[in-house]
Design a protein around this ligand. Structure first.
Ligand SMILES: Cc1cc2nc3c(=O)[nH]c(=O)nc-3n(C[C@H](O)[C@H](O)[C@H](O)COP(=O)(O)OP(=O)(O)OC[C@H]3O[C@@H](n4cnc5c(N)ncnc54)[C@H](O)[C@@H]3O)c2cc1C
Length: 440
């Protein structure tokens, strides 16, 4: 590729903070709140103009279950608290039996989960981060970490004011794509993502004809274009994408919208109206950290440095795994922690850790560890794990799997289906781009 030398110039320092969180998805929000609650100053940089990431601008307004399907609440701490925040100003669809946050429900009437209204969630997240004392900078994209050996001194950013720098003692990479860690030289792994576009449409005809009810929600349905993750897509012509290069992201975005346009062209239905389009690409998995340790999805396995138990939120009953602290840190880089869908979890573990409750959980782990490292004046690799475990446990996180949950997957397996009304559109008459040949 042709190249050009960038001019050497002085860059203004726009801010200095104890903990800098890059990325304001739900993992970043959790990391920022956790760090602030542990007594350090926090700045959060978000390249779009709203918090929530895939959960809001990416249209994934489904907070998956935080119970195991057998009546046990698996998550406490911020993973439970942010669920309440997400639907604070939305319709209330959390089953009654889970109200009051019991640890055990004998006969659950439903899973402990919710859907939420996207604009209301965005505003609730603004309110939440303000109340936590987090300094949020919107429309500010991280370009490059500023490295001195194994230490990240902060990041260069671009926003309306031009290029500037934010300096920090600790950084949390919550970009979803491990952009900070990768550019800092951490060991990372990529994986291809299927193309799918989730959007919402309004059945205008039904509203016009409705004489007995004005329940608008009953007339909104989700419309799903592209591929589904739960079926064999190997024969599909729709390509998959790494999403870690400019061309890859561009092709993905073009294709995902072309699928929606093709649907509009084929279905002459003026009585339906799309309500909204995703404002960030709906990549499920792109790049992740290969940390000091990976989540091992082995039921019953004891992790001495477990910082909390996790489940595959789509399973019912869900097997329980212990998540090690070392899965959010790199072996070499001393002050950048990973949070969210890019933590270290190989194979099936990656699929598990991208579920929203797990992203929020690892956000809390990364933010708490970063604050403890600042206060202790130590690198992330030397954080006192016993103290971290105690800190998290004090907020309601379950650190080790209780005996009664150790073999959930061997108990009767029920099938868990997500909310109905999801329409998948076959799109077979388009010509498709190739997908990005390689990620990095
Ligand atoms: C189509 C689809 C369906 C899904 N369905 C479900 C579901 O039903 N339930 C569920 O629990 N999970 C689901 N998931 C997964 C889940 O939505 C995500 O894994 C989760 O929301 C990721 O949260 P995160 O905070 O780790 O990352 P993200 O939500 O990706 O947030 C990353 C944030 O970082 C920002 N950012 C990125 N780069 C920079 C930069 N350089 N500078 C500043 N900011 C930056 C982004 O703008 C974004 O706000 C789905 C995912 C997809 C794509």
């Amino acid at each position: 590729m042709k190249s050009i030398i960038e001019e050497r110039r002085e860059i203004p320092v726009a801010g200095e903070t104890d903990v800098l969180v890059v990325g304001g998805g739900l993992a970043g929000v959790a990391a920022a709140a956790a760090a602030a609650r542990n007594g350090v100053s926090v700045t959060l940089l978000e390249k779009t103009i709203a918090l929530g990431g895939l959960a809001t601008l990416g249209h994934v307004c489904v907070y998956l279950p935080i119970d195991d399907g057998l009546g046990h609440r698996i998550y406490g701490g911020l993973a439970e608290e942010l669920m309440q925040v997400c639907h604070r100003y939305s319709y209330d669809d959390i089953p009654e039996c889970w109200k009051g946050s019991p640890w055990r429900v004998d006969e659950p009437t439903g899973r402990y989960q919710c859907t939420f209204n996207i604009p209301a969630c965005v505003m609730a997240l603004d309110e939440f981060t303000d109340a936590e004392g987090v300094n949020v900078m919107f429309d500010t994209g991280m370009c490059l970490p500023i490295m001195e050996g194994n230490t990240c001194r902060g990041v260069f950013v671009e926003n309306k004011s031009g290029r500037s720098a934010y300096l920090a003692k600790m950084v949390v990479d919550a970009t979803g794509d491990a952009d900070v860690l990768f550019r800092a030289g951490a060991d990372c792994e990529t994986r291809k993502s299927i193309v799918s576009t989730w959007t919402y449409e309004l059945d205008v005809d039904r509203i016009k004809n409705e004489t007995t009810s004005n329940e608008v929600l009953a007339n909104i349905r989700m419309r799903w274009f592209g591929l589904r993750p739960d079926v064999d897509n190997s024969k599909s012509e729709i390509p998959t994408f790494y999403g870690t290069t400019a061309d890859g992201v561009n092709d993905y975005v073009h294709l995902s919208r072309t699928l929606a346009l093709d649907y509009l062209k084929k279905h002459d239905r003026p009585g339906y109206a799309f309500l909204t389009m995703p404002a960030i690409p709906q990549f499920r998995m792109t790049r992740r950290l290969k940390g000091l340790k990976e989540l091992q999805c082995v039921e019953g396995r004891y992790e001495e440095h477990s910082v909390g138990i996790v489940i595959h939120c789509l399973e019912n009953p869900a097997a329980v795994y212990e998540f090690p602290y070392e899965a959010v840190i790199d072996a070499r880089i001393e002050n950048v922690a990973a949070a969210g869908r890019m933590v270290s979890a190989g194979g099936r573990g990656w699929e598990i850790m991208r579920c929203i409750p797990n992203c929020v959980f690892t956000g809390q782990v990364a933010g708490t560890a970063a604050a403890m490292a600042v206060r202790g004046g130590v690198p992330l690799q030397r954080v006192d794990v016993a103290a971290l475990q105690q800190n998290l446990a004090d907020t309601g996180v379950v650190i080790h799997a209780p005996e009664e949950l150790k073999h959930n997957s061997q108990k009767e397996r029920l099938s868990y289906r997500r909310a109905s009304g999801v329409a998948s559109i076959a799109t077979d008459s388009l010509s498709y781009p190739k997908g990005d040949a390689a990620g990095h």
